[in-house]
Design a protein around this ligand. Sequence first.
Ligand SMILES: [Zn+2]
Length: 781
Amino acid sequence: MQFKGRGLLMVFLRLVTQLFLLIFSAASFADESTSPLDKETLRTYWQQELQLHDFIFKVFAPNQDIFIKAQISFHNQLLAVNKKSHYAVMQLSSEDQKRLLQKDFILLPATEWIKNRRQHIESSITTYSKHNNSLVNAKQIEPCYLTVEETYQGARELNQLYADLTQWIDIGNSWQKTMSKGGYDLNVLVITNKNIAEEKPKLFIQSAMHARELAPAQLSYDFASYLLSSYQRNADVTWLIDHREIHILFQANPDARKMAEQNLLWRKNTNENYCGSTSLSRGADLNRNFSMFWNSNTLSSTNSSNDQCSEVFRGSEASSEPETQAIEAYVRKLFPDERGPANTDSPPLDKSGLHLDIHSFGRLLLWPWGHTSVGAPNDAQFKILAQRIAYFNQYISEKSDALYPTDGTSDGVSYGELGVAFLTFELGDQFFEPCINYNSTIKPNNIKALIYASKITAAPYLLPSGPDVSVESFNNTATDVYDLILRADDSHYYSLRFRESPQSITAAEYSIDTPFSNNSISTSLDLVDGNADSSSELFSTQIDSSSLSPGRHTIYLRAQNASGQWGPTTAVFLDKGEISPFVYFKQTCDNTLLCNFDADVSFSNTNTLTSYNWDFGDGSSASTSITSHNYSAAGSYIVTLNVSDDNGNSTSVGKTITVGVTSSAPTVSFTLNCQNTSCQFDATGSNDDGEITNYQWDFGDGSLGLGIQASHTYTMTGNLQVSLTLTDDLGLKSSNSQSIKIITDKQATTSPTSDGGGGGAFHILFLLLLTTLKSVYLRQK
Ligand SMILES: [Zn+2]
C-alpha cells in the first residue's frame, strides 16, 4: 500500500516537473542547440536531469529469474545494477512503477545513486564555471573511449593504411545533418580483402545506437583495429579478412553521442521535434523505430511509448528517423530476403549472414523475437548460437521479450524481414563503464566472441551446432614435413542454459589454401586415442609440403560431431622458406605540398626489418620508416616504398597520391543576429569542395564556440571582432571576421542610431549587408 501511495505522488510530481520543464524551456531558449554544446545549454540539461531524479528508484525483484528479465524489459530505464544486493537502480515513469508493483517488485528511493550523481553534476558545473569561455569541447568520458570525431578519424586512417582491405563508406545522415544543424554522416567501415573477388558471407555490426552506452562503439572500433593489425600475423584473422565481408557501423547515433560525451545520460537521437527542441528528454528511441513490428503491441502493455519524452518513444511513424532509415536501407542492400511473409516462416537453415547490434549494459546476449512471447521459427538455433558466443564473453543468453514485449527493434529488418540471424550484445555493467573494466574484460572477451561470430557467419543457424577446433601444436619436424596436433571440442557452451548435450567428435579434416566448400579437397586427420567416444578429442597428422610452392600457405581445419554437423574453421600458416615483409604506409599532405609518410606498422613474421627506401615519384627519396617530403609542384605522384629485412627479403608497395590539387580551403561565410547582448551566429552559408569538419568561433570577448550555428551572450559592450575558422576534411583551414557592436537594452532605447523601428534593427540590417558583400567578394575570389 505504501508503494501505491508513492506511485500516485509520482504521477503528480511528474506532471509538475513536465509543466516546469515546459515553462522553463520556453523561457530560457531562444536559439537552437548545436553540437558540440555550449556551456549554458549543458548547464540547463544538467538542471533538467536533477528534476528527473524524483523518478529514480532502487528496484528489488521477487526472484533472480525475474530480476534478469526485468533488466531486459526495463533495460532503457536501468541506471545501475547491484549484483551483490540484488537490486537495480531505475528511472521509472509512474506507469513503469505501476507495472513493476503489479509484478511484486519493491521500489525504494535510490538515495545513494542520486547523491553520487548529484555530486558529479555539481562538480561538472563548478569545473565549467571556472572556464572563461562558452566552449564545451573537452570530453567528460574516460580516455579509453574515442569521441565521434576520433572514431571517424581513426577509421579514415585505417582505411588509408589498409587500402586493399577496407572501404569507408557513407550510408546516410544523422538527424542533425539532415536538418543542417551540424550532425554527422553515418559511415560504415567494410573490412575484406578487395583482391579476392568471390561471394563472401557478410557480418554487419552496428554499435552505439543508444548514446550513453559507451563501450559498444569502442568495442567495434577495437575489433576493426585488431583485425586489420593482425592481418598476416594471425592465420584466423587473415582468412576471415580474405573470405568474409565485415561491415561495421561504429557510431549509429553520433549526434546524441556528443551529448553523452558531456556525461549526459542521453539515449535517444536528438530530434528536436519530439518533446520540445531544448528538452533533455527529446528525440526518438532508434531501437523502437524500426519498421517491422513497429508499434505492433497496441493492445497490450509494451516497452515502446507514444510519449515523446519517454526514453522509449518510438518516433512519429515506422522508420521516421534518418538513422533508422539508413540502417534499414543498408541491411536490405547487404542481405537477400530469404524468409517468407508469415512470422512462422524459417529461412533456409544454411543461410549465410549475421547482424549484431551491440549495446550496453547487463552482460546479456538477446535473440529474436522481442515483440512477442512466441518463439521465433529459429528459436532453437538462436539458443545454440547465443550459448556458443557466451562461451567467450560468459554472458547470459535470453530471448529478448523477457517480462514485456519490445517492438520496432533493429532485429526487425534483418531477421524479421530477411531471415538473417541476429543477436543483441549487452556489454558490461554500466553505461559509463570504467576503462579498467573495459580494457581488462569487455574488450578481450568480446573480441574473441566477435572472431567466433565472424567464423560462423557462413551458416549461423548450423555451424554453432558443430565442434570448435584449436591447434595444439604445428611443427616443421623434417624437410617438408609438418606435424600437426589438433583439439576438437563440442562442449564450448557457457553454463547449462539451453545448451545442446555435447556430442562425441567423430572426424577432423584439413584443406590447404582453399576454405572448406563443396569444391575443396580435404584430408582426414587421425584420432589420437583411436576412439570417437568423447566430446573433446585430439587428432594428429603429418602434412607433406614437398609439392607446395615456396612462400605462405594456409591450412584450414575443422571437425565433425556425432550428429554429422561440421563446426567452424580454424586456420594456421604453413610458411615454406622465407616470407617477405608485409608493408603498409599512410600519408597526410597539407595544402603547402608537404606530405608526411608513416610506414611504422610494416612488419616481418620472423625477421627484423632493416631498411626503408622511399621513392616519392618526383626523383626524390628517403630512407626512414617515418619521413616527410616537400613537393615542388601540385599533381599526382606514384610513391613507392621498398622494405627489406635482415635476411635479404624485400617487398615493394606503390600508391598514387595527389598533392595540392584536390582541395581548396573552405569558403567562410556567416551571419550574425543580436538582440542587445544576446547573439546568434550561423555559418550555414559556408562551403568547401570537400567537407567542413570543424567550426570554431571566436566571439571577440575571449570566449569560443563550436558548431555550424552558435549563440553567445556578451557581458561587455562596445566594438568587437567576431571570427570564424573552418577546417575541412583534409585539414585545410580558413577564417574570416566581422565587426560587431554590442549594446545594452538601455543603450538600445536611447541610441541615436535608432531609426524608429527599434534600436537593433538598423544594426542587424547593416551586418547582414556586410555579410552579403563579404560572401559575394569571397565567391568572386
Ligand atoms: Zn541500448
